[in-house]
Design a protein around this ligand. Structure first.
Ligand code: F3S
Ligand code: F3S
Length: 107
């Protein structure tokens, strides 16, 4: 288990979390950021700095956002563990739970 980024990040992508992460494990998708679960050291530094409260320990993700408990892990199914977001190109596609969020929808 690890920290994950839920729906409030979608189409916001404030980026404050990236500056706080000591292991550079927060990766960028078109509409949301994603935490690489095997690189995250569970320090929790990112959680309080998100202005829209999008970051949760995965057990604590609110029920309406259940799909986000696994989205961050699943999106790394193909790329695996890149070893650092700053040297990695942003993803070209989001996880399907993000793609299902209508553009302009309130989070
Ligand atoms: Fe998203 Fe919040 Fe980070 S909006 S980019 S999780 S600071
Ligand atoms: Fe980084 Fe947050 Fe994990 S700061 S190490 S993504 S808990």
């Amino acid at each position: 288990m690890t920290y994950v980024i839920a729906q409030p990040c979608v189409d916001v992508k404030d980026g404050a979390c990236i500056d706080e992460c000591p292991v550079d494990c927060i990766y960028e998708g078109p509409r949301k950021m994603y935490i690489q679960p095997d690189e995250c050291v569970d320090c929790g530094a990112c959680e309080p700095v998100c202005p829209v409260e999008a970051i949760f320990y995965d057990d604590d993700v609110p029920d309406p956002w259940e799909g986000y408990r696994t989205a961050d892990r699943e999106i790394f199914g193909v790329v695996g563990s890149p070893g650092g977001a700053s040297g990695t190109e942003p993803f070209t596609e989001d996880h399907r739970v993000v793609e299902q969020v209508p553009l302009g929808a309130p989070n």
